[in-house]
Structures are given as C-alpha cells and as structure tokens.
Ligand binder design. Sequence first.
Ligand SMILES: [Zn+2]
Length: 241
Amino acid sequence: MTDYDREKLRCYCCGQSSEQTILMSTNSFGSPDLDQRPAGMARATAGSWLLECPFCGYVAESIDRGSARARAFLETAEFRAASLEPLPDPAARRFLVRAAQDAYEGDRTAAFRHTLSAAWIADDRKQASQATAFRLRAAEHLGDRPIRSIDVRLELLDVLRRAASWERAATLAEELTAEGLEHPFAPIVAFHRRKIAEKDSSRYTIQQALRRERGNDEATAEMLKLLTHHLQKRRTPDRPM
Ligand SMILES: [Zn+2]
C-alpha cells in the first residue's frame, strides 16, 4: 500500500519551514512500461516524488537538503522561466523546474527523466499534445552527444516512439539493432521496430514486449532486474519505498 506522512521541513535554500506531504512507502508490483514508468501503486504517486518550498520555489526530493549549486540555480533566468511556466498541473511544473536545475547542473539524464515524468502526469490527465511536447522536450535534454547507458537509450527509443517522432525513433532503433545487443535488450528493440513500422505510439510494458519470447517469465525477470535499477536512484535514497 501507499503511505504518506505530513512533515515540517526547513528549506535548504531559504531556511523557511513548511508542511510537506511525504511519500513514505508504496509498491511497484508488475512490469514497468517500456519508458520505466513503474507499475503498481507507485504509478499513481508521481505527484509526490518532488517537494517544493512555497517560499523560494526550490524543488527537490527532499527540500531540506541541497547544495551551493542548487542555491545558485534559484538566481537564474532558467529557474524563473521554469517556475512561471503556465501549466495546469503543479506536479508537472515541479518536474520541469527540477529538470531545469538538472540541466543547469549538467545532469542531462536526470533532466530527461524528470521531463519524462512530467509527460506521465500529462498522460494521466489525458493531455495528449502536452504529453507529446514533454516527451520531445525530454529527448532534447539528452542532446546529440553519444549516450553510453543502454537503459537511457531504450527509454529514449520509447519516448521518441510515443511522441510519434518516427524518423528519429527508426534511426535509433536501427543503430541499436546494428550493435547486436544481447538478450533481453535485442527483443525489446525488435518490438519497438515493429511498433515503429506500424506507427503505433501506444503505451506498452516491458513484459508485453517480451511476451513473444520463449521462457518469457525468466526473460521478464531478468529484464526487470536490469532495467529497473535506476528507479531506486530516481527516488529518495534514504526513504523506504
Ligand atoms: Zn525555500
């Protein structure tokens, strides 16, 4: 089950205290989506993955912690632009503010993932064009430089496919295919290639992508282990999840 708690936190950046709703625990039973969106009850908790100081606008998993760079970011035009962006959902805005901070700090993978999380909020609100715009923006954060992490590249492949960015998705899928990836990555890429050829931008889980495989349960378990490790990293490390 999912548990929340109310806690008074002192903001690292401005020193003011505010009551915050904190996600204490949840579960993610089942296969994540191909873009690593978790299953289970965790799926519905995205709104509480980031906290925001109501006084200075600092956004973090725990606003009582931070760095000198985080403080410096609050003085930038990028912060003001992200904070003032008119969005219907505060959770989506928090993800974008945090993504702007990630980009400021040079962490393009975190900027990509936080912007993708904003797309998930838009998905839930049935705002298809907003979700597509966020996916394309997430992809932009990764830029043109080579990406070493295979799981980030697979997430990007899903982001491009779901944003109906067919040409870019097909190019990336071809690159990944040419690399002769091993199981379980190869069947995931093959699944994407089929969906890209069909111009299918729907949501699928990792389990669905591996269903055609023999020994599918074993493959799924292996894939989940390989591809979900960063979910822990994405969440607050010192809170039980
Ligand atoms: Zn503050």
